[in-house]
Design a protein around this ligand. Structure first.
Ligand SMILES: [Cu+2]
Length: 100
């Protein structure tokens, strides 16, 4: 009986570990806070956390915004979640939403 329980617990622990890993893999969204918006240039300044896909530590920097309409939905001071990538050599926000 005791052996069976230990084995069941191991199975549960393993399943939990796998679930946690896949959650991390899916979360490409980066935490950021808007410090400046330049709608005419289609640019945004973000204080951001680490961006894994760009191999970047947290910092404050300017991004081009792929879809400038995104800039109408946010304001300076807002906390956001975003994705960024290199598009034609420019660091570009490809997706952004206000953090809940
Ligand atoms: Cu950066």
């Amino acid at each position: 009986m005791r052996m069976k329980l230990a084995s069941a617990l191991r199975t549960v622990a393993l399943a939990a570990a796998i679930a946690a890993t896949s959650v991390i893999a899916q979360t490409a969204l980066v935490d950021g806070q808007v410090t400046k918006i330049d709608a005419t240039q289609g640019k945004i300044t973000l204080r951001h956390g680490p961006i894994k896909n760009l191999d970047m530590e947290g910092m404050t920097m300017v991004f081009r915004v792929q879809n400038p309409a995104l800039l109408k939905e946010i304001k300076v001071g807002d906390k956001v979640k975003f994705e960024a990538d290199r598009v034609n050599g420019q660091l570009t926000v490809t997706k952004m939403e206000r953090a809940k």
